[in-house]
Design a protein around this ligand. Structure first.
Ligand code: BGC
Length: 312
């Protein structure tokens, strides 16, 4: 019981309210369901343990640079993480000539509003309200677009993976340090859904049943799945999804727990397990750059992908 109390306290401290001053008009554009992109963007996935990056061909979702990973600095203050982001971008582009207009999409573990985080459950609370788009842009010297990390993973699945061409209500859940969610209605993203923080047994769900929570609590797959099924039943009751896609580190172990999952709707694992955050963040940045180019026709057009072997 003492543990549960400490858990609750920690959760309350880390999840903060939406910024009441956020201007909804300043939110980034999300790609249209039928939008198809071309050209390049750099995708970054900022997680609790690692910051990953690669250059992505937006027409095919192929990584056209090696995937670079560095440890997330601890504490994960925005200033420290921005230095790491600049470093992974530099290393990603080593030996590749990529014009300065090629944008960077950055997936972050929190609610994204008007270029800032409005919550920070698994990252330093200093992120909340910090002008992320502006400051990361200054650190990398390129246009930057920030997006929630689970929304980014969902966009990758929508454009190229398990959610491609799917109408109805599609939900992606990423199971890792926390639980992230991306909700699509007829292919359109409802951003910042944060279903990992639904109340579950009187607590914040992800503190009990995320991948990290399973390990911390020493739960076997059977015991974890029993609780996770109750959570899924709640999610189905609220949103009646037609399809649930499981992503994140835990989904790599699908063989161990997939058969234990009970839902009314169809369930599948994500097409991109390691790279969905990178691909989706790049895709969101490409979509934003295209929207801006349409609003400002004089904006430079991104070049086509150079021929670079994947993993070269
Ligand atoms: C955050 C979400 C994020 C998820 C996965 C949660 O704690 O609140 O914004 O998508 O973790 O990283």
């Amino acid at each position: 019981m003492a543990d549960a109390g400490a858990e609750r306290k920690r959760t309350r401290r880390r999840v903060v309210a939406l910024d009441p001053n956020a201007d909804p008009g300043a939110d980034p554009a999300m790609p249209d369901p039928d939008q198809r992109l071309s050209g390049l963007a750099i995708g970054i996935d900022v997680g609790g343990t690692g910051v990953k990056a690669a250059l992505v061909d937006l027409a095919t979702a192929k990584l056209v640079s090696p995937r670079v990973r560095e440890k997330t600095p601890q504490p994960s203050t925005p200033e420290a993480v921005a230095v790491t982001i600049a470093s992974v971008v530099r290393r990603t582009l080593e030996g590749i000539e990529v014009p300065e207009v090629v944008p960077v999409g950055c997936g972050l573990p929190g609610i994204v509003k008007a270029g800032r985080l409005a919550s920070a459950a698994n990252i330093d609370p200093g992120w909340v309200g910090w002008p992320a788009t502006e400051n990361i842009g200054a650190a990398v010297g390129r246009p930057v677009h920030i997006v929630n990390d689970a929304d980014a993973a969902g966009l990758a699945e929508l454009a190229f993976g398990a959610a491609r061409g799917r109408d109805g209500t599609v939900l992606l859940l990423t199971l890792g340090t926390g639980i992230g969610s991306a909700l699509f209605v007829d292919g359109r993203l409802v951003p910042n859904t944060e279903f990992g923080h639904l109340e579950f047994h009187g607590q914040d769900a992800e503190t009990l049943i995320s991948g990290a929570a399973r390990e911390r609590r020493g739960l076997g797959w059977k015991a974890w799945a029993k609780q996770f099924n109750l959570y899924l039943a709640r999610v189905e009751l609220y949103f009646s999804p037609d399809l649930i896609i499981f992503g994140g580190g835990v989904s790599k172990e699908w063989a161990k727990w997939g058969k234990l999952i009970k839902t009314r709707c169809e369930v599948v694992t994500a097409t991109f397990l390691n790279t969905s955050g990178i691909i989706g963040a790049a895709y969101a940045a490409g979509a934003q750059a295209r929207t801006e180019a349409q609003v400002r026709p004089e904006a430079p057009v991104r070049p086509e992908a150079p021929a670079i072997d994947q993993g070269a």
